[in-house]
Design a protein around this ligand. Structure first.
Ligand code: UDP
Ligand code: MG
Length: 351
């Protein structure tokens, strides 16, 4: 149930802005928004064990959405949380505008985002994390840009000083690999915190693949995008779910979903090794047959054998990664399973 402090929300009190420094952005949103136009906006929040954070985020977000004077809905997607995330979110669903979709288990952030996008009914959809790292105050500026004509407004991290050197290096390597060959680039410092127009959401949802590396899919669909620099706040409560193992898994998903050049590299490396090896073999055979020089150097043979076996295994591994993705796609399982849905759709911010 909603706590006593939460009950004050039932009154739909007039809007207070949380921080003085958002005021200019708010004014911009209101000035740009044609008051009579019934635009609507959905906010999708993927959540995995974010109970304490949701208690802070939902009232903040509600105030911010009221201030936009648009019709709005907030969709919490519970990604198999084991804490009180569902209880907190469903308590808010007693108010109109709030919805909660509970998935049957933890399917991962990308699947949770997809579930939220599929359920969203707004003319624009904002994606934001449930841990208050994506400051909801930025939504005003996003809406202002959208009303002014942008189809995508994405937040770009201004600096990554909060990340370890290892993570920064890994992310630089990943983006240079994933952007090595394609006609579109996945921007390095842009994440899931973004506003997308309905056209963009429909385009995203029309992509049939199961391997959903969202950052790549956003870039692939294109549209007129505006970047919005921001500095992510530290996580409010709890710890990030993305440890090194999960990040490496995500990077491999991204690479296999958006590149095929590693397969070509395998062929080229194979060729570059096989041709000289064949030539050398021919030379040794001729040398022995014509001049009687027998081959010596057991160590060299063993070392080169191990080297070539290593290359072969890496190559098979790379091919295997692609085959695994094909297998995933062919199975055609749904991306997520919904346990239950609560709440009703759009609230009107002008009543
Ligand atoms: N999340 C999710 N499913 C998962 C892992 C994370 O829905 O399996 C959500 C999480 O609750 C948060 C967002 O995705 O709202 C970002 O996760 P996190 O803060 O752990 O990642 P980071 O900020 O380190 O990228
Ligand atoms: Mg986070």
């Amino acid at each position: 149930m909603i706590s006593s402090t939460d009950n004050s929300r039932h009154s739909r009190a007039p809007i207070r802005l949380q921080q003085a420094d958002d005021a200019p952005a708010t004014r911009a949103a209101v000035a740009f928004a044609p008051p009579d136009e019934a635009r609507s906006i959905s906010c999708v929040i993927p959540c995995f064990n974010e109970g304490p954070n949701l208690r802070r985020l939902l009232p903040l977000l509600e105030d911010i959405l009221w201030a936009t004077r648009l019709r709005w809905e907030i969709i919490v997607v519970d990604d198999g949380s084991t804490d009180d995330t569902v209880a907190v979110a469903e308590a808010w669903c007693e108010l109109s505008g709030f919805r909660c979709i509970s998935l049957s288990r933890n399917f991962g952030k990308e699947a949770a985002l997809t579930a939220g996008l599929a359920a969203a009914t707004g003319d624009a959809v904002v994606l934001l994390d449930g841990d208050l790292q994506h400051s909801p105050e930025l939504i005003h500026t996003m809406i202002a840009q959208w009303v002014a004509g942008a189809e995508v407004v994405y937040a770009v991290r201004e600096q990554r000083s909060d990340e370890s050197r290892f993570k920064q290096l890994g992310s630089r390597l990943f983006y240079s690999l994933v952007n090595a060959s394609d006609r579109f680039a996945v921007p390095r410092d842009a994440g899931d915190f973004r506003l997308m127009d309905r056209k963009v959401v429909d385009a995203l949802m029309s992509l049939p693949e199961r391997s959903r590396f969202m950052k790549g899919l956003y870039a692939w669909v294109g549209f007129r995008a505006v970047a919005l620099p921001y500095t992510p706040a530290p996580r409010a409560e709890g710890a990030s779910s993305f440890n090194t193992r999960r990040l490496v898994g995500l990077a491999i998903d991204g690479l296999t979903a958006f590149t095929t050049w590693p397969l070509r590299v395998v062929s080229v490396v194979g060729l570059m090794l096989a041709v000289p090896a064949f030539a050398y073999g021919a030379f040794v055979a001729v040398d022995y047959l014509l001049f009687g020089n027998s081959v010596s150097g057991w160590t060299t043979i063993v070392a080169s054998l191990m080297f070539f076996i290593g290359i072969q295994m890496i190559s098979t591994g790379i091919v295997g990664e692609y085959i695994a993705r094909i297998y995933e796609e062919v199975k055609g399982r749904p991306l997520y399973v919904v346990r239950r849905e609560r709440g009703t759709g759009l609230e009107t911010g002008r009543t």
